[in-house]
Design a protein around this ligand. Structure first.
Ligand code: CUA
Length: 327
């Protein structure tokens, strides 16, 4: 067997041995298992493009290696000219027509999938989509349900039902991007502009995502979670939250603390990027605290500029109870 053939085989085998690792779920080039129809559409489109680009990669790199070996100088003197070739109509037609055909096929598939990704599915008989407003703030996600219930960072939703999301950001904030890969593509949360997306979780579970637009110092901490619950469990949770948030006995204060404050001030109030809160005089003064939270101070953005009084009260009560003693 000639040496160059052995070399070529070796390279091909090495490349093939890496392919399973590259394709394995989660660690390689392949997106995570879709759990919503729109995420399925995105993954199917991705697979089509991956197959074509993969084949083209192998073809181009294979030819490159072949030509390097086949037409290397060898024993020919370096001043000696190679054969002079002028054009080949057949070859030129092939490498013009083939890419055109490939692009048409890819374009057709993508346009066919687009409807599945983009359009909120029609409600099933007797089923209304759940409407939730998703707002991106520096550096947390705030969710508002139709009946006024508020949640931070963790979005609870019914599994098996369409959830229609209105994605935006307050005028005073910056651009963020909502993205839960298993539940569909990312969509920007732009101050003063409203975008829409949706998901329909195929089964109960916890799906994680991340703000996908560089939005400042704590962009990396701006995680998002969707917890899909069975419908009855979700209904019970929502009803309990509505009751508890109106009565001021909910865990909204703690959730707001963890999402909006603790990423900079430390989960124990110990101080990280922002100053220490445990034992600070500020947490005992609800009015002063509200001023800082609404207007910001120094490097701190006004994280709660447009919060409702309910949410502000929940936070100031929680901070006083937890940190006034300096624990
Ligand atoms: Cu918000 Cu990055």
């Amino acid at each position: 067997m000639p040496a160059r053939l052995i070399l070529l085989l070796g390279v091909a085998l090495a490349a093939l041995s890496l392919a399973p690792a590259a394709l394995a779920d989660g660690i390689g080039v392949y997106p995570p298992d879709p759990q919503s129809p729109n995420a399925e559409g995105i993954n199917e489109s991705y697979t089509v493009v991956l197959i074509f680009t993969g084949l083209i990669f192998v073809l181009v790199e294979g030819l490159l290696l072949f030509f390097i070996l086949r037409f290397r100088r060898g024993r020919r003197h370096r001043d000696e000219e190679g054969p002079q070739i002028h054009g080949s109509t057949r070859l030129e037609l092939i490498w013009t027509v083939f890419p055109v055909v490939i692009l048409v096929v890819i374009g057709t598939v993508i346009f066919a999938k687009l409807g599945k990704v983009d359009h909120t599915p029609n409600a099933l008989a007797g089923e209304q989509p759940l409407e939730v407003t998703v707002k991106g703030y520096r550096f947390y996600w705030q969710y508002e349900y139709e009946d006024g219930v508020i949640a931070v960072d963790r979005l609870r939703a019914p599994a098996g039902r369409t959830v229609s999301l209105t994605v935006t950001a307050p005028d005073f904030d910056v651009i963020h991007s909502w993205w839960i890969p298993q539940l569909g593509g990312k969509i920007d949360a732009i101050p003063g502009k409203v975008n829409r997306t949706w998901f329909r979780a195929t089964r109960p579970g916890t799906y994680v995502g991340q703000c996908a637009e560089l939005c400042g110092i704590q962009h990396a901490a701006m995680l998002a979670t969707v917890e899909a619950l069975p419908q009855e469990e979700f209904d019970a949770w929502l009803a309990e939250q509505r009751r508890a948030q109106q009565a001021g006995t909910s865990d909204l204060g703690e959730e707001t603390w963890a999402g909006a404050c603790a990423k900079c001030h430390g989960l124990e109030g110990e101080g990280l990027i922002g100053p220490r809160l445990a034992g600070s005089a500020l947490v005992r003064d609800a009015a002063a605290l509200e001023t800082v939270v609404r207007n910001g101070r120094n490097a701190m953005p006004g994280v709660g500029r447009d919060w409702s009084d309910t949410q502000m009260r929940a936070l100031t009560d929680y901070l006083e109870e937890r940190f006034a003693s300096g624990s």
